[in-house]
Write a protein that binds this ligand. Structure first.
Ligand code: ATP
Ligand code: MG
Length: 592
């Protein structure tokens, strides 16, 4: 394992627009603490970590924590570790471990060192033994239910366990036998000896170790006992020399326990405890971390509990963890969200201790802003109807040159085939136009983007009365570069050549839930009842050849329609598949 410091922000990534920008001195309270700690000489370098439990895929809430931990390390010349908090083997899986690493890299970050809490199992064990030897922990035989009874309530103190005064020798003997696998699951725990009358329930002799005969993805069957989260987490941070341990607000009440574990185990002052790290080729760099809490990210129109996301997948309500409607990073990526948009979003949301609910449109706005600058323009027709330019010769074809980006010449130009027969959007024609309709109407004129002005002369319908073709006249004086090209005309519509455009599957995604609070369970409903039945519509459209040729994950603005991405898994130039990432404008503002 390499231990030379690795910059937290992967500068060579092509997708580094937001994070490459010079640190614009973000002013949140955590960065202020870090700044003060560095200025005051408390630390010479800072070290953070992102500590996911590999029991599911990362979601956009995790992205906030990733951007914070890796972002701070990058901005202040420190480093950030990726640590899998794998202390609960029953729920964890290597599939999640791989996906989480993929997600962190995709966001544009690079960890200094990849760790697992399970790398430290031997250290945790020795630490618990030390606490027992110092009379600060004991083996307790109460059942889970009895522990609850003894714990007391918010208003009543708890009672001491009858096993609290066991001798050190007896405790050590029992703990060693727990480790040897002599006792069944749940028969005993190791508990810290703190204060059963504490106003903070977390300090009422919390469990540090439990018996669990479950195979672990890294350590196999080596351990029939596993450390509890608070114990493992606090010591994990200390072992890695984390200076600022950033976590969400629900851990505020756990901070006294976190500090108790770090102080009483005192890893830094005890080389013997850390010996197992050397045996694993890991450095001994223990230090006392400072835990700082910030508010979690909540977004409306979405669910973020891992349990609910898991249920959406296992119940087949979505097409897997990377369904483009999922708030998972894999889902957002497949939807066409870019790393730069995700970082911009995290920046906009900011860091505070105030709980808040972010409007979904803030997320969509960040994507629009990034793609407006970063996505080349293309033309695609999503709901096609044929328009025949009857005054052009039969079979007429030509090539027009279009800019790839209206505001950035560095995107260059491309060729677009134009022909006598075109596809236009069905909704761009109205036989009986509603008031204010500025597009094509019988006998009226509209501009065909970059090609000229067309008048509609004839509507051809099938027996069912549906329009199957429009016939029109292309004003020859209005072609590009001609005197009449600038003639004033109210509307402009997009088009593709019927001969040359490539048929494409277009997946029109929208928000997965149709209500702002899908977690609302009043009147016996669940989030399943709030699913938006129109969150995915698949249509067959046509895209210009330069869009079909895209590589998977290439984003475009399809002019007048929205931002689309070539599907990461299903797209290929011979059989294009595009996902709508976001519409051009917020269509939900009026609904909310
Ligand atoms: P659980 O612990 O129930 O499995 P979790 O969402 O806490 O779920 P973790 O894998 O423990 O998942 O989270 C890793 C890190 O991401 C933690 O430090 C956690 O605080 C942070 N995190 C999780 N959800 C959010 C969120 N919505 N906003 C900000 N940070 C989050
Ligand atoms: Mg957690």
């Amino acid at each position: 394992m390499s231990e030379s410091p690795v910059p937290a922000i992967a500068t060579e990534s092509p997708d580094n627009r937001a994070s490459n920008a010079p640190a614009m001195a973000k002013q949140d309270f955590i960065r202020q603490i870090v700044r003060d700690d560095l200025a005051g000489g408390k630390h010479t370098a800072i070290k953070t970590r992102f500590p996911p439990e590999p029991n599911g895929y990362l979601h956009i809430g995790h992205a906030k924590a990733i951007c914070l931990n890796f972002g701070i390390a990058g901005e202040f010349g420190g480093v950030c570790n990726l640590r899998f908090d794998d202390t609960n083997p029953a729920r964890e899986d290597p599939e999640y471990v791989a996906a989480i690493q993929d997600d962190v890299r995709w966001l544009g970050f690079q960890w200094n060192s990849l760790r697992h809490a399970s790398d430290y199992f031997e250290v945790y064990y020795r630490a618990a033994e030390k606490l027992i030897r110092n009379g600060k922990a004991f083996v307790c035989d109460l059942s889970a239910e009895q522990v609850r009874e003894y714990r007391g309530t918010l208003t009543e103190p708890g009672r001491n366990s009858p096993y609290r005064d066991r001798s050190v020798e007896e405790n050590l003997d029992l703990f060693r036998r727990m480790r040897a696998g002599e006792f069944p699951d749940g028969a005993r725990t190791v508990r810290a000896k703190i204060d059963m009358a504490s106003g903070n329930i977390n300090l009422r002799d919390p469990a540090l170790y439990r018996i669990k005969h479950v195979e672990h993805q890294n350590t196999g069957n080596a351990w029939p006992i596993y450390p509890m989260y608070d114990f493992a987490h606090a010591l994990g941070d200390a072992i890695e020399g984390i200076t600022h341990s950033l976590c969400t607000l629900e851990f505020e009440d756990h901070r006294p326990l976190y500090d108790w574990c770090v102080d009483n185990v005192d890893l830094a002052g005890n080389a013997e405890l850390l010996q197992p790290l050397l045996d694993k080729g890991l450095p001994k760099e223990a230090a006392k971390p400072r835990q700082i809490e910030f508010s979690r990210l909540n977004i409306n129109y979405t669910v973020m509990s891992k349990r609910k996301l898991m249920a959406l997948v296992t119940e087949g309500l979505v097409d897997g963890w990377d369904d483009p409607r999922m708030p998972t990073l894999q889902g957002l990526r497949r939807r066409g969200y870019t790393p730069a948009a995700m970082r911009l979003f995290a920046e906009r949301v900011g860091i505070s201790k105030q709980n808040s609910l972010i409007d979904f449109s803030v997320l969509e706005g960040a994507l629009r802003e990034d793609l407006d600058a970063a996505a080349p323009r293309r033309m695609a027709v999503i709901d096609p109807v044929k328009l025949v330019l009857a005054n052009l010769p039969e079979g007429h074809e030509e090539t027009l040159i279009f800019s790839n980006h209206p505001k950035d010449e560095s995107f260059g130009k491309r060729e677009i085939p134009f022909s006598r027969e075109l596809w236009i959007e069905r909704e761009d024609f109205a036989e009986v136009p509603p008031k204010g309709f500025k597009r094509l109407i019988p006998g009226g004129e509209v501009r065909l983007r970059g090609a000229g002005i067309v008048r509609c002369d004839e509507i051809i319908k099938n027996d069912a009365g549906e329009i199957v073709e429009l016939r029109g006249w292309l004003d020859p004086e209005s072609r590009p570069g001609m005197a009449g090209a600038d003639r004033k005309i109210k509307g402009t519509i997009h088009w593709v050549s019927a001969q040359r455009a490539v048929p494409a599957e277009i997946r029109l995604y929208d928000r997965l839930f149709s209500v702002p609070d899908p977690d609302d369970e009043s009147e016996g409903r669940t989030y399943r009842d709030h699913l938006n039945p129109e969150s995915r519509r698949t249509v067959q459209g046509y895209v210009e050849p330069a869009a079909a040729a895209a590589a998977p994950e290439q984003s475009f603005q399809f002019e007048r329609s929205g931002y689309f991405v070539a599907d990461r898994r299903d797209h290929n130039p011979g059989k294009p598949v595009f996902n709508r990432s976001v519409t051009l404008r917020d269509t939900w503002a009026s609904k909310g």
